[in-house]
Ligand binder design. Sequence first.
Ligand SMILES: C[S@@+](CC[C@H](N)C(=O)[O-])C[C@H]1O[C@@H](n2cnc3c(N)ncnc32)[C@H](O)[C@@H]1O
Length: 225
Amino acid sequence: MHNSEELKVIYESRYKNASDQKGKREIVLYQKYRKLLVSKKFQTNVHLLDLGCGIGYKTVGFSLPNESVLAIDLSENAINFCIAQHQIDKVDFKAMDAFEVLGEFELITAFGFSLFNTDNNNRFIEVLEHFYTNNLSKEKGNMLLIGSFTDFSGGGKDSWYLHTKSDIEYIQKKIEEQFPLKVSIVFPHKMISNYFGFGFYNFAAEILKLIIKRKRTFFIRIEHE
Ligand SMILES: C[S@@+](CC[C@H](N)C(=O)[O-])C[C@H]1O[C@@H](n2cnc3c(N)ncnc32)[C@H](O)[C@@H]1O
C-alpha cells in the first residue's frame, strides 16, 4: 500500500494527459448505479462527498442535478481536468487530501478510491472509521458507498483484484459489529439492467469484462441505522 506522497506522484503522472475517452459511457453507467444503489430519500437536498474523484466522470454520473457535491482528489492534474472538462456549478472540485475534508455529508462515495485498495482488512475498517466519524452526518439512511472490483482471487498484490469473497464477508461483519451501520454488498453484473443502456458498445464491454477479464464490479453499501 502506497502512502499519500507516493500516490500523489503516481496519479499526477497518470492524469497529466487525461482524456475523455471513456467518459460518456462512465456517466451513463453511474447514472444507472445511482438508481440501483441509493434509495428515494436521497432524491433531494443531499450533500454528497466524493472521495478520490479522479477525472470526475463517475462523480458527474452519480450525482443528481439538484445536489451539492464536493469532489476531492490528491491530484491537481485530475482536479484541473475536472474543472475544465465538466464545468458544472453544483460540483465543487477540490485538490486536497481526503483526510483533511471538514464537514458532514448525507452521502459519501468512494469509487476505486486508493485508501480502500488494501489487502489489510483491518486497515480498510480504520479508513472507513475515519470517514464515518468525521464526515458522515449521523441520521438514519445516510450512506457511505464504496465501489471496487475484483475477480475474487485475492491475487493482485497492488491492484484491485485484492478481495476474496471471505474478505468481503469479513469487512461486512466487522463493520456491522463495530458501528451502528447496516452493510449490503451489491453486484451490478447480477442485474439485467447492467447490460442495457448506451447501446451495443456497453453490452459488449460488460460481457467482455465479465467473461474474459473476470472482473466483477461491486459496491459496499453502508447505511446508518
Ligand atoms: C483508481 S483512482 C479512482 C478515480 C475515480 N474515482 C475513478 O474511479 O475513476 C484513485 C484516486 O484516489 C486518489 N487518492 C488517493 N489517495 C488520496 C487521498 N489521500 N486523498 C484524496 N485522493 C486520493 C488518487 O489521486 C486517484 O485519483
